[in-house]
Design a protein around this ligand. Structure first.
Ligand code: PMV
Length: 360
């Protein structure tokens, strides 16, 4: 399949409003390094989250101009400072949704997680917006199938933020071509539904907020530093190998192997950052203190608690729901002291995006 598959026709405008909620996701096999327009250098796999969501309302108002226009509100306030980034997104996707030129859009968004928590909202926000756009496309072209709807929503989201491609469906999604997965694609994410072991269906993710601030090096800068990185090819091969191994572990429920792959992926991602030129470190002393504590706890209790990291200092603790009680005791007693203002977010694996009631 190539990108022409996603080019829609034009259509006469209609008045339309819609609202979608899309979740954040946490990668277990990491995407780090891209080429062309947001195409990944290796396949990645993530847990879709449940509570960390963006809710976006879009009111499509037909207008007589020959190019689209929009206003963006966040938490009820007009935010012109977000417009340039969104304009880049709309310019990129315009060729796939040419009908958009007939509209002025009033977009309004809010996140379930605090704005200043250090949790990136680009995945959930790009996914929620793309779903609103697809909802109108389905209204204009009723023959759009549910499969195409989800695929194109993921395809559009990817053009906003790579990892957003994985925020449409749940509970586990894979983005990027992998030899052993027939339907996998670099253009959009697919849902991994192959007999997932029940233990993973409500796996817990406690996000320890080590640093609420914005990152010194953005993901886009980090991805770019993989061009010419001396370890890049090995890293991309390693990720592809981990993806194959993990898809098997997700069926068998072998938690030892799960923890090993997930932690190795997190540390490999950060190793790439530390060996880029220019090099950088996004972990903080408290990130390492938490990791040491997790390893100590696991050794002493045999409870299957492991961690992953995204592109930042915060630590995602991953564990089965049956161990929630003991692990929360451990978090409260021994880990919260390493968090900024003792902040954390409790989440778990979720089912994917949902349409909701339009409310202003
Ligand atoms: O989607 P981006 O460009 O913000 O990159 C995401 C990169 C990681 O979060 C570090 C890994 C991933 O696969 O989500």
């Amino acid at each position: 399949m190539n990108t022409t598959h996603f080019i829609s026709e034009t259509a006469s405008p209609v008045i339309f409003k819609t609202s979608w909620q899309a979740p954040s996701n946490i990668a277990l096999v990491k995407y780090w390094g891209k080429h062309e327009l947001q195409l990944p250098k290796n396949p990645s796999l993530s847990f879709t989250l449940s509570s960390c969501i963006t809710e976006t309302n879009v009111e499509f108002l037909p207008h007589k101009k020959d190019y689209f226009d929009f206003e963006f509100y966040f938490d009820g306030e007009l935010k012109p400072e977000f417009k340039p980034k969104l304009k880049i997104f709309f310019d990129r996707i315009y060729q796939y949704i040419p009908w958009i030129s007939n509209y002025k859009m009033e977009i309004s968004s809010k996140n379930s997680f605090p704005h200043s928590s250090g949790i990136a909202s680009s995945a959930s926000s790009m996914a929620a917006l793309s779903l609103c756009l697809m909802d109108l496309e389905r209204e204009l072209f009723p023959s759009v199938s549910i499969n195409f709807f989800n695929q194109k929503a993921s395809f559009l989201s990817r053009l906003g933020s790579g990892s957003a491609a994985r925020s449409i469906k749940g509970p586990i999604t894979i983005w990027g071509e992998s030899k052993s997965l027939n339907l996998s694609s670099d253009l959009y994410a697919i849902s991994f539904e192959d007999d997932i072991n029940p233990i993973f269906k409500n796996y817990q993710d406690t996000i320890l907020i080590v640093d609420k601030g914005s990152k010194l090096v953005s993901s886009s800068q980090g991805h770019n530093l993989m061009h010419g990185h001396p370890f890049a090819v090995n890293r991309f091969n390693q990720a592809s190998k981990h993806l194959l191994e993990l898809t098997s572990v997700l069926k068998t429920g072998d938690l030892e192997s799960f923890m090993n792959i997930v932690e190795l992926e997190a540390l490999s991602l950060h190793s790439m950052m530390m060996t880029s030129d220019p090099y950088f470190i996004l972990m903080q002393p408290n990130t390492l203190a938490i990791i040491q504590k997790i390893w100590e706890f696991r050794k002493n209790t045999n409870i299957p608690l492991c961690f992953t990291l995204d592109a930042g200092a915060n630590v995602h603790l991953l564990y089965p729901k049956i161990n929630k009680f003991e692990i929360h005791k451990f978090i409260k007693g021994e880990l919260l002291m390493f968090c900024q203002d003792e902040n954390y977010i409790q989440d778990e694996v979720g089912e994917g995006a949902k349409k909701c009631k339009f409310e202003l």
